[in-house]
Design a protein around this ligand. Structure first.
Ligand code: AMP
Ligand code: MN
Ligand code: MN
Ligand code: MN
Length: 276
């Protein structure tokens, strides 16, 4: 068995269509795959069709944007029912916030002389969620920085001209939507928030109190030290453990589909809740 429980498709900021993603994951040896697009479940239907065709187990999922003490924190919901009315209305709100934010990003960048970024980002996003990744691609194509990464650093992070603060869902609110949809809430990539030890403890305490059940111990960008720190946090807070590459594109050398280190064996994997 090979699990990858965090991946993106063109329904948000991934480059593969849902069907391409599933087929690639299958070829890479993944047996259980969660499609976790940002604030959107639109890719799940197509992904399931391809999963049935190639015999891969697809876990219906989503990655919800939340704001916690002014920081963006991502909560993955695994095994959700995408038709849950509560989840659907929550995601609809975030989707409309994404659009409003993108328009404002476009206006702010225009004030700096960068014209047409909203229209270009919307075009790149197609029918999927509009994200900062789409703005980054446009800005990089305009030659404004050497790489997508550099574009983020110069234009799209807090304090830079294209950054617009957004109050996404509340932490407990997002966990509530996931549980209301029959899913399991997983706190994604805990080492990426650059929290001190005491803030991470506070985050995990509130997450658990709100009904959160698992921590993404093996995350795509995590090094050995990050994995050890997350494993320690999972034990301390009594959380189950998840693994996910956060795959967006084959161009990211450090985020390979399904190529993930093993979980430390004393941890309880989140899939122990499932019978298949
Ligand atoms: P958004 O949810 O629209 O704010 O976009 C966030 C997305 O941008 C994340 O899911 C990542 O895929 C991508 N991202 C964030 N920071 C960086 C970065 N420094 N370099 C490359 N991609 C990034
Ligand atoms: Mn992303
Ligand atoms: Mn994320
Ligand atoms: Mn992600």
């Amino acid at each position: 068995m090979s699990y990858d429980l965090h991946t993106h498709s063109t329904a948000s900021d991934g480059v593969y269509t849902p069907a391409q993603l599933v087929s690639c994951a299958h070829e890479s040896g993944v047996t259980h795959l969660a499609l976790t697009d940002h604030d959107c479940t639109d890719g799940l239907f197509e992904a399931q069709a391809e999963a049935s065709r190639c015999g891969l187990k697809l876990i219906p999922a989503v990655e919800i944007s939340t704001t916690w003490h002014g920081k963006s924190v991502h909560i993955v919901g695994l095994r959700i029912d995408p038709d849950s009315p509560e989840l659907k209305s929550g995601l609809a709100r975030l989707q409309s916030q994404r659009l409003t934010r993108a328009e404002e990003m476009g206006r702010n960048l225009a004030k700096k002389g960068i014209m047409g970024s909203f229209e270009a980002a919307r075009e790149l996003a197609g029918l999927g969620m509009i994200t900062r990744t789409h703005f980054a691609k446009f800005l990089a194509n305009q030659g404004l920085a050497a790489s997508v990464r550099a574009v983020f650093d110069h234009y799209l992070v807090q304090g830079k001209p294209g950054y617009v603060h957004t109050e996404w869902a509340g932490l407990e609110e997002a966990v509530g939507w996931i549980k209301g949809a029959g899913g399991v809430a997983v706190l994604a990539h805990p080492q990426r928030y650059k929290l001190t030890g005491s803030w991470l403890r506070r985050l995990l305490t509130e997450f658990k109190y709100g009904g959160g059940e698992a921590l993404e111990v093996v995350a795509g960008s995590a090094n050995i030290g990050d994995i050890q720190a997350s494993a320690f946090a999972a034990r301390r807070h009594g959380l189950m453990a998840s693994v996910g590459s956060d795959f967006h594109s084959p161009d990211h050398a450090w985020l390979k589909l399904g190529r993930l280190p093993e979980l430390p064996d004393d941890l309880n994997p989140v899939w122990s809740l499932w019978d298949e």
